[in-house]
Design a protein around this ligand. Structure first.
Ligand code: SF4
Ligand code: SF4
Length: 239
């Protein structure tokens, strides 16, 4: 009710009244008691969707179409169940963790190419995508954007596919590979000349990676390469 009242007020429809009754006569009397709205020159004609969310989206869109002061974008308070998400293109690696958790299908990948697509009318602003993103790349903006509702599947971010440096198969994104390489660059396994070769393996697809590792003959459990990693590697005074 608070959301509907805010939207109706911003669109110039005036105050909203809640009528709660299961008695048709009481409903009729309550409706008769309300101030009469001006008849529209072009009345609405539509078939209401059967799902709750679709009905709410359509009701808001029709309220805006018939509003004395139609709006393009209406900002809403934090926690409102409508809004936009923004993705920072410099931070996003297109890992698709966010599309995996989106409960409404508002955020989608594109099976053909690395891409994030978004349908604003389906976003309930639950924040799961932002909480899941490992790069903190997502920002939520609660709002009603009637123009965006008419443009389903906005492209929030895209990159050309990254191809395996050995067999040329597309398998990842350049930003994803570079992010993993930069995070592992300080690890002991990736130091020196041999380490650089291992780092380059990360730019290979899953098949070539296995072949390359076998060819390099690297054994992380070899005593000469292994670093201290467990409590057992630290002898105590008692020992
Ligand atoms: S926004 Fe975050 S979770 Fe979504 S694809 Fe980009 S980096 Fe991954
Ligand atoms: S806020 Fe929720 S509904 Fe909206 S895109 Fe993120 S996960 Fe999906």
């Amino acid at each position: 009710m608070a959301l509907v009242a805010d939207v109706a007020d911003a669109q110039g429809h005036g105050p909203v009244t809640l009528i709660e009754t299961d008695d048709p006569d009481a409903l009729e009397a309550a409706l008769d008691g309300l101030p009469r709205a001006k008849a529209l020159a072009a009345p609405s004609g539509f078939l209401p969707p059967t799902d709750k969310r679709g009905l709410l989206v359509m009701a808001f869109a029709e309220m805006n179409r018939a509003a004395p002061a139609p709006a393009e974008v209406l900002p809403l308070p934090e926690g409102a169940p409508f809004g936009q998400i923004t993705v920072d293109p410099d931070a996003c690696t297109l890992c698709q963790a966010c599309t995996g958790v989106c409960p409404t299908g508002a955020l989608l990948d594109n099976p053909e190419t690395p891409m994030l697509r978004f349908t604003q009318s389906a976003c309930v602003q639950c924040g799961l995508c932002a909480a899941t993103c490992p790069e903190d790349a997502i920002t939520l903006t609660p709002q009603l954007d009637f123009a965006a509702w008419d443009t389903p599947r906005q492209i929030l971010h895209e990159e050309p596919p990254f191809c395996c440096t050995r067999c040329d198969k597309p398998f990842a994104t350049r930003s994803g590979i570079e992010r993993v390489q930069s995070r592992l660059a300080d690890h002991w396994m990736f130091q020196g000349e041999a380490g650089e070769k291992r780092l380059s393996v990360l730019a290979m697809c899953e098949d070539c990676r296995v072949e390359e590792i076998v060819t390099q003959g690297f054994d992380p459990h070899d005593d000469t390469t292994r670093k201290v990693r467990t409590k057992a590697d630290y002898p105590t005074d008692a020992e």
